[in-house]
Design a protein around this ligand. Sequence first.
Ligand SMILES: Nc1ncnc2c1ncn2[C@@H]1O[C@H](COP(=O)(O)OP(=O)(O)OP(=O)(O)O)[C@@H](O)[C@H]1O
Ligand SMILES: [Mg+2]
Length: 160
Amino acid sequence: MVSHAERAEIETASASETQQLGFDLGKVAIPGDVLLLQGPFGAGKTTLVQGIARGLGIEGPVTSPSFVIANEHLGRIPLYHVDLYRVEQMDSATLEALAEYFGSDGLCAVEWPDALPGELIEGATRIELMVLDEGRRRFTIDTTADRLCKVFALRAATPR
Ligand SMILES: Nc1ncnc2c1ncn2[C@@H]1O[C@H](COP(=O)(O)OP(=O)(O)OP(=O)(O)O)[C@@H](O)[C@H]1O
Ligand SMILES: [Mg+2]
């Protein structure tokens, strides 16, 4: 079966609204989901992942794993939070370790995913973040998963 990609877009006006969006994504996440988070510094990638963690029932702190590449958190399903900032060329050992997180028993969320090889990210959901101004961000999702797209569509349609 060939599933087709869907695209939806939403704006948030604060970090807490972004966390709410993440929360809703965490609620509908299933094992094997891969979210590639693309956007500049301070766009809100980690903030979104913090919300996802809450939606998965994870209570501890979630910070950007910039120095260790990946953090694992245990929730309803595991959250694998990967940050590849500064990783331009990946060595094979790192790649092998990371590959475990893709199509896994949990949700894998990747900040700065450009260094990932194509075969690893086939079928992955892309979320692009754009900074509109001080507090506003635009999120665009490209996914083959209806569940995830609906989160965006429903939130966009609900006045806050
Ligand atoms: N609508 C918004 N959504 C998310 N964050 C926002 C929003 N408005 C303001 N912010 C602020 O922007 C910053 C986002 O930081 P965050 O660490 O999530 O970004 P990041 O994309 O992970 O950056 P980096 O590339 O450095 O990892 C926070 O300080 C947050 O409070
Ligand atoms: Mg970050």
